[in-house]
Design a protein around this ligand. Sequence first.
Ligand code: FE2
Length: 351
Amino acid sequence: MATKSAKEFEVHPYVQFMTDKYRPYRKWIESEGIPIVSGSYVADVRTLELGDWQRKGGKGAYLSFSDQLVADGYVCEIPPGGSLKPGRQLYEEIVLIAGGRGATTIWYDGFPKRTFEWERGSLFAIPLNAWHQHFNASGSEPARYVALTSAPVAFELYRDPEFIFNTSYMFKDRFNPEEDDFFTKEGKYYTEYYGGILHSNFVADIRKINLVPREARGKGTRNMYIHMAGSAMLAHVSQFPVGRYKKAHRHGPGAHVCLLDSTGYTLMWNEGEPPKKYDWHEGSVISPPAGTWHQHYNTGKVPCKFVALHANTAVQREERGVEQIEFEDEDSAMRTMYEEECAKNGVKADM
Ligand SMILES: [Fe+2]
């Protein structure tokens, strides 16, 4: 398999907490009584089996992928005509609506409540330690979202749910509770980061944001980073054309790739080992373990689009380059496999 890489800087893949006998985060999620999906991948969050989640007042499952302990996901369903219980927390959270429509109310104690409406494809972050409550706007259909949180960090450090869920401090540098258009104002695009970063506290439809070329990751690849609610965690959208795939790369832990459009697959492998194949479509989530090579292939008839939610440990510094395998250095078996997979869909590989 392909092992020759353009290594431009030293990657530190193991920037995670030591696992010890206390395992505070793991013990916490096990105490919640909902399914815990491990591994690195879920085929479809829209149909994933969930369990009753008393703390939230809906149904849920944890996505505890790749033993990363920097960011973990969960899937949650709000019952038709219902709402989840209000909550606040000393960790960050990014929410992607997988299906349904509804509204979220966010506030700090003693300040006005801010409410915005969402539907499939909406993306937002819960400001740190702000009260939040999600409502389903449909009386007949459930609503589902997938979220990425930095809960592992909070639990590994503080180990006390009472402190994490019951502290009244307001982080006003992130969320000004007197700003009445905090979630409704127009997002702003900047160019200082990877050619494009959108600052927005609420994205109505992640499929419709502006993208900029990022040819270094593959011809025709387009990209946009998203910074929300003053969070350290962030998101980025990547799009690549019909008949194409992106260059293999690797980085630190905490990236959760949520597929939005098209069909395809991801290959993941550790240096010197054969790759494993993960098929995907809308609703699939894949999280490459720290330092693991991964490569995303579009086999569908429309451009592939995904939004990756990530801890800041998964991000590389642009000026140092990206640790990736150039197309001319890749294993020819991977190209052959891609051409065959495209042909099954009546798509011509266009590499
Ligand atoms: Fe990646």
